[in-house]
Write a protein that binds this ligand. Structure first.
Ligand code: UN1
Length: 512
């Protein structure tokens, strides 16, 4: 046993009510960290501590807060390999991807360190003389951030970095099965000089977190909730925050479509589908759900794609592989359930399915002691199938066909999510027709459904979220509220809409 970790509130270790072992999914008997789990009361207390600390943090000039963000970026960069190896060890993400994930934190810091010198407000002309109008961005207060473990450090940084830069305090509840990675990132943030209580980390299970959040919202010590996870839990969090007249930034699931037009470069499409579907073992919220391929190129595409999947390397995530193990036992169990959605009218074209074992190997890989699963491609999926309609977090991709671009767009939107999407085409009018019609918040042309860059708006519609956007300048609207100010220096009361000068036009005037 290498690590024992507990929640840290106001710079001090907080009490634990239970323990959880975070294990290595590539060798499930290895415990990466023993994690002390807090209860609802500790979560609510953390929010009170954050509320206290936020008052002083908001007084630190934004450019100085920006320097702290700069230091976080440099610290993460200097510790990149160590943090990436830990991510690989704890959730089985292939090392090259884990390093990319750590890079995404640095990119986020690089973007926001300068925002401390902007956070622009406006000066606006008044309708009356000797009066000035202004707008200011003010911090919301305390943000409670609850994150998933498939991106245990990059996605949390999308919340933490802008929230802190804008002058908020944060209580962060990471996924238990990614606790060691989260704890390491927390330590890097704190080492940049954040005062005690400005960033707090609370390890807790879902039920205690929800009760703690409810308590904190009742007490008025949380003004924003950030949540990345399932649509089901997102809905509950949206209801809870709505009841307390607070808003949540929700980043939920996806059933991300990839349309392949008859004019597509098929080699490129196969490569894109392989990474979209099976990179991170299909466990990104942006992973590919269904391939919607034109019927004229269906057979050729499926044949090439199935071959690429059969030949893909799966194995030790420290090596150069396409996929490592699934994140955790809970995800493996849920994934096995998705496999039962395969029906007699479907055709599995990728070979074996299920857990990779000695008796059920993938190429020469026998799965060792890990949670490794075969990548699965299911052809013949119909729009009424569960496999077509619902998110299947894990290495499974469906294939269906279409005849016209309008039909492809309609199929892409049918499941009712709206996170990411992709089209392979060499014709600009198809690309733009798809962009216009697709309900997704993100559209790729000739590229994977996954791999969004850290300075574009990230988020979804429908079952993928409530329209909130993370990243880039767009996330500032999540962590600040606009304050409008007017200043009348005329020395008298000028009434808006009433004491306004009028210039009379001749509206009957016509050109002769
Ligand atoms: C997620 O899975 O929650 O666009 C986020 C991507 C990554 C982020 C995925 N940059 O695939």
């Amino acid at each position: 046993m290498s690590r024992q970790i507990v929640s840290i509130v106001g710079g001090k270790d907080a009490a634990s009510a239970a323990t959880y072992d975070s294990t290595n999914p590539a060798r499930t008997s290895e415990v990466v960290a023993r994690v002390g789990l807090a209860d609802a009361g500790t979560f609510a207390a953390a929010c009170r501590t954050a509320k206290e600390a936020q008052r002083e943090w908001a007084k630190v000039p934004a450019p100085v807060r920006g320097r702290v963000i700069a230091s976080i970026g440099r610290l993460v960069e200097a510790n990149a390999e160590r943090l990436a190896h830990l991510v690989t060890e704890e959730i089985g993400k292939p090392y090259a991807e884990a390093l990319g994930e750590v890079r995404e934190i640095v990119d986020t810091c690089d973007f926001f360190l300068g925002e401390g010198r902007r956070l622009y407000g406006q000066t606006v002309p008044s309708e009356m003389p000797d009066k000035n109008l202004f707008t200011f961005r003010t911090p919301v207060g305390v943000a409670a951030v609850v994150t998933a473990g498939n991106f245990p450090v990059a996605v949390p940084s999308w919340y933490l970095v802008p929230a802190l830069l804008c002058g908020n305090a944060v209580v962060w509840k990471p996924a238990e099965y990614a606790a060691a990675s989260a704890h390491a990132m927390f330590r890097l943030f704190v080492a940049a000089g954040l005062p005690d209580g400005v960033l707090n980390i609370v390890f807790a299970d879902g039920a205690e977190t929800f009760s703690g959040l409810e308590l904190a919202l009742e007490e008025g010590s949380v003004q924003k909730v950030g949540f990345t996870g399932s649509s089901e839990v997102g809905r509950k969090i949206g209801e809870l925050t709505g009841r307390h007249l607070q808003s949540a930034c929700l980043e939920l699931g996806g059933k991300n479509p990839m349309v392949i037009m008859p004019d597509a470069q098929l080699d490129l499409a196969v490569e894109g589908a392989l990474f979209s579907g099976f990179g991170t073992a299909g466990q990104r919220c942006t992973s590919l759900g269904t391939i919607i391929v034109h019927e004229s190129v269906h057979d050729e595409f499926v044949e090439r794609f199935a071959r690429a999947v059969r030949e893909a390397r799966i194995g030790d995530p420290e090596q150069d592989v396409l996929s490592g193990p699934l994140l955790d036992q809970k995800f493996a169990d849920r994934y096995e359930e998705y496999l039962t959605w395969i029906q007699p009218h479907h055709k599995v074209v990728s070979g074996n399915i299920g857990k990779i074992t000695k008796d059920n190997p993938h190429r020469d890989f026998d799965g060792g002691q890990g949670l490794y699963y075969h990548p699965v491609v299911v052809d013949g999926v119909r729009p009424s199938d569960r496999l077509f309609l619902e998110e299947t977090f894990g290495p499974i991709v469906g294939v269906t066909t279409f005849q016209t671009i309008d039909e492809a767009v309609e199929l892409a939107n049918r499941p009712g999510y709206g996170l990411s999407s992709s089209i392979y085409t060499t014709d600009a009018k198809h690309a733009f027709r798809f962009r216009e019609g697709v309900s997704a918040g993100m559209v790729s042309v000739n590229n994977s459904t996954s791999g969004a860059e850290a300075h574009l708006p990230f988020g979804g519609n429908g079952k993928s979220g409530n329209g909130s956007r993370q990243s880039g300048m767009w996330v500032l609207d999540q962590f600040t509220r606009w304050q409008a100010m007017n200043w009348d220096h005329s020395g008298r009361l000028q009434k808006a809409q009433m004491d306004v000068a009028e210039i009379t036009p001749d509206l009957d005037f016509r050109l002769s």
